[in-house]
Ligand binder design. Structure first.
Ligand code: 5GP
Length: 196
């Protein structure tokens, strides 16, 4: 059976990955994207639901999952762990289902260097630091110290864009989403035609 496509949507925290991901899933059902829900030790924000936004766990549980080799990749990000479930993602891909990972840059680099196969596409979403600051501050979910840490982290992450297949600037929600949908659609098309 033809494998599904692994789509990595990455970029600095606050760049708008989550919004674009939701828009992609909602407006482009024809892409058949299945979102991989990560595990994290971060506290849930108001509105976030366990098992939908993340699997929220404590540190010992996360560390046990590391020991058990359960992650495709995991990272510590501003004091918390985040990880992608390995078996879940590989089962979906093996069953021909396209999978979307929305992850930060170090985890994305790990996946890009370890993944075997051509059924992968990586997209780096970017925006100006002013725009990122505005987004992180306006969601009012983080303390000033964490905001500062996330901004410093974002500044250091811009140069990672060179590792990705595509770099997309997040200017306008519908335009950016379409640009990303087109990239995914083209990749699916070329995989289907190469495998004929
Ligand atoms: P947040 O706390 O804002 O939800 O996420 C912080 C950062 O971690 C974001 O850049 C988000 O995309 C990233 N992230 C979410 N899940 C994962 C994951 O499973 N692995 C990695 N490496 N990063 C993740």
């Amino acid at each position: 059976m033809k494998k599904g496509l692994l789509v990595i949507l990455s970029g600095p925290s606050g760049v708008g990955k989550g919004t674009i991901r939701k828009e992609l899933m909602e407006k482009y059902p024809q892409l058949n994207l299945h979102y991989s829900i990560s595990m994290t030790t971060r506290e849930p924000r108001a509105q976030e639901i366990d098992g939908i936004d993340y699997f929220f766990v404590d540190r010992p549980t996360f560390e046990q999952n590391i020991k058990d080799g359960k992650f495709l990749e995991y990272q510590s990000f501003v004091g918390n762990y985040y990880g992608t479930p390995k078996e879940y993602v590989s089962n979906l891909l093996n069953n021909g289902i396209n999978v979307l990972l929305e992850i930060e840059v170090n985890g994305a680099k790990q996946v890009m260097s370890n993944f075997v196969g051509d059924n992968i596409v990586s997209i780096f979403l970017t925006a100006s630091i002013e725009e990122i600051k505005k987004r992180i501050t306006s969601r009012r979910t983080e303390s000033p110290i964490i905001i500062e840490e996330r901004l410093n982290k974002a500044k250091s992450e811009f140069c990672a864009c060179k590792y990705y297949d595509f770099v997309v600037c997040n200017n306008k929600l519908d335009v950016t989403t379409k640009e990303i949908a087109d990239i995914i659609e083209d990749k699916i098309y070329s995989l289907n035609n190469n495998n004929k």
